[in-house]
Design a binder for this molecule. Structure first.
Ligand code: UGA
Length: 485
């Protein structure tokens, strides 16, 4: 099918490239002239695993073209609207970009079009779109409006698009439902060349769920808000664990074994970030408020998330005593691994708070340095985690990149001023760190003190007495022996 995608952001570019990958003829329109020029020259606007390869291959095969929004609107039988819906100051989603696309379609398009809203939008946006088109359309435009929320995660967007758990389409006509099914048929049946996995011989079952547009729109906001709630819940449990002396990783493991709860999104840390959860929770609160529903549960989710940063910085203060003049290494700046996205990343407020208190900061992130420099110009950016840790009084882990898991402890111990790791993402098993002579402070687990027989020779400057350490190590060993493998 000839398909237009409006907007080449994370959602739009992934949608355009993946729809081309499964066999459609796609025209992707972008209104930012510099971004469009780059895309036409083969330069990707952001880092996303596998996406560059899919874009290059489908362009080469002649199934993906980039051009202006106007050209794109003219092209496809289906038009996917994937423009930004950033938050306004009051928490509402700004829908002006969607309105502007709808207006252009109404004024310039002739014949039948299936108009698909894929951007994350508040409930009843489809109804507004329909109304706008009815008021402004030329007589020659015939149309259906469908909602098709996306559930892609940055860092695994291509795989998520091609192997989804569910495809949700909200429609008001059989024609729209049939066209949406035709578009997604190769994915529902898992019949396409997979650019992510070498062996896709055991495809996942994909549920194709057809609803009305209001319900489809709500599914998106409710899903993101629910996942955010799970994260805030486990973060509060982590706080409790720290106070009563329990291990949150065991608690979340024990909870997650109940299939009604599930173990996903129960990793405690310094809170959720990125351009989806924070703004979607805010928008959902506003939607509920405007509809007269008291969804204060979500206000708590947001409040708990904001407190994560303060809680993390408190751990640093407590350990370093005074932060002023201390050298702090930051490992990870992206809001999560496998992306270069730093929008609403917890790293930003953490660094700003530490800078305000006089810390000297060196940071390393495998992908996000260029984007972080725009928001945090006053810190030193390093080429690897060791350079960032040079003479550091503390290493803070802010993003759980795999690279950190493979650290050379001996080399690390040789460059730091003080062997102290404060981990906001619970990357390591405690004995793995303490066994290399590092003091280890993580989230919701007992503090890890260096093992006495450490080979590196590095020692903690504030290690407690042997009794305390033995007690903790015995406890940890007990925990390990009870692990389910
Ligand atoms: C999220 C949803 O997971 C996608 O389904 C959705 O399509 C997308 O938003 C969107 O609306 O566009 P994404 O923002 O890419 O995807 O990232 P997630 O993997 O969901 O992580 C969000 C944040 O939660 C990250 O900061 C992550 O570190 C944090 N997180 C996640 C935790 O703190 N703990 C967890 O257990 C899981």
């Amino acid at each position: 099918m000839k398909i237009s995608v409006i907007g080449a952001g994370y959602v739009g570019l992934t949608t355009a490239a993946c729809l081309a990958q499964i066999g459609h003829d796609v025209f992707c329109g972008e209104s930012d002239a510099e971004k469009l020029f780059n895309l036409q020259s083969g330069v990707m606007p952001f880092f996303e695993p596998h996406l560059e390869n899919v874009v290059n291959c489908t362009r080469k095969a002649g199934r993906l073209t980039f051009g202006s929004t106007e050209q794109a609107i003219d092209w496809g039988k289906a038009i996917f609207i994937c423009v930004g819906t950033p938050p306004l100051a009051n928490g509402d989603a700004d829908l002006s970009a969607i309105e502007s696309v709808a207006h252009s379609i109404a004024k310039h398009v002739e014949g039948y079009r299936l108009i698909v809203e894929k951007s994350t939008v508040p409930v009843q946006t489809g109804a507004q779109l329909r109304k706008h088109l009815a008021v402004h359309r030329t007589r020659k435009l015939e149309y259906d409006v469908a909602s098709n929320p996306e559930f892609l995660r940055e860092g695994s967007a291509v795989g998520d698009f091609l192997h989804p758990d569910r495809i949700v389409v909200g429609v008001e006509s059989t024609r729209a439902a049939e066209l949406m099914r035709e578009i997604y048929e190769p994915i529902i049946r898992q019949k396409f060349a997979c650019p992510v996995h070498q062996d896709c011989s055991t495809p996942k079952e994909t549920v194709f769920l057809v609803t009305d547009t209001n319900s489809a729109e709500l599914i998106k906001h409710a899903s993101n808000s629910f996942l955010a709630m799970k994260i805030s819940f486990i973060n509060m449990v982590a706080n409790l664990c720290e106070v009563v002396g329990a291990d949150v990783s065991k608690v979340s493991q024990g909870m997650g074994l109940d299939p009604r709860i599930g173990n996903a999104f129960l990793n405690p840390g310094i809170g959720f970030g990125g351009f989806c959860f924070p703004k979607d929770v805010q928008a959902f609160i506003r939607i509920a408020e405007k509809s007269g529903c008291d969804f204060s549960l979500l206000k708590e989710v947001e409040k708990i998330n904001n407190q994560r940063i303060v809680h993390f910085v408190d751990k640093i203060r407590k350990e370093l005593w005074s932060v002023r003049g201390k050298r702090i290494a930051i490992w990870g700046l992206a809001f999560k691994p496998n992306t270069d996205d730093v929008r609403f990343a917890p790293s930003i407020p953490v660094v700003k708070m530490l800078l305000e208190e006089g810390a000297i900061i060196s940071a390393y992130d495998p992908e996000a340095t260029a984007k972080a420099k725009e928001l945090l110009p006053a810190i030193t950016y390093c080429k690897d985690p060791y350079e960032a840790a040079q003479s550091a009084d503390a290493i803070l882990i802010v993003t759980e990149w795999d690279e950190f898991r493979a650290i050379d402890w001996h080399r690390l111990a040789g460059v730091v001023e003080r062997p102290l790791i404060i981990d906001g993402r619970n990357v390591f098993n405690i004995p793995d760190v303490t066994g290399h002579g590092f003091q280890y402070i993580s989230i919701g687990r007992l503090p890890g003190l260096p093992e006495p027989e450490a080979e590196t020779g590095a020692t903690s400057s504030n290690a407690e007495g042997t009794d305390g350490r033995e007690g903790r190590m015995n406890f940890l060993k007990m925990g390990t022996s009870q692990q389910i493998v």
